[in-house]
Design a protein around this ligand. Sequence first.
Ligand code: ZN
Length: 148
Amino acid sequence: MVALDAAEKVLKNAYNPYSSFYVGAALFTFDGQIVTGTNFENAVYGSTICAERAAVLRANAMGMRCFSGIAMIAQGDNFATTEVTAPCGSCRQVLFEVSQISGNDLIVVLSSTLKDKIIITTIQELLPLGFGPKDLGISISRYQNSGR
Ligand code: ZN
């Protein structure tokens, strides 16, 4: 899968002096565009940005907010993961927002380091009954501008 390969390609760029855990993510659009991100850690651990959110923020700066899905892959400093790595709670919430902007459930492709285990799911499955703009009575239609 092209997006998963793109996520794998940026793994090495992770800034991870605290965890030594490498995560790569790649958002993909309906027409095949890809925006990648890696984890960017911080000495104040709570200020760390995960790869998935880094990709979303990078895409937003590029004027892209509508996506079909996201692929992600991770590896340890000296080990390959044997199970898939799934988004943390904060990233699930941000990806839910992306799904609301995109107007569709977001495909989420999760892979082990060696791609011998892959789970394809959706943000609705990872975050059922998600809280979003509709819960606040907010229209986000003016942000639905690209990537469809
Ligand atoms: Zn996260």
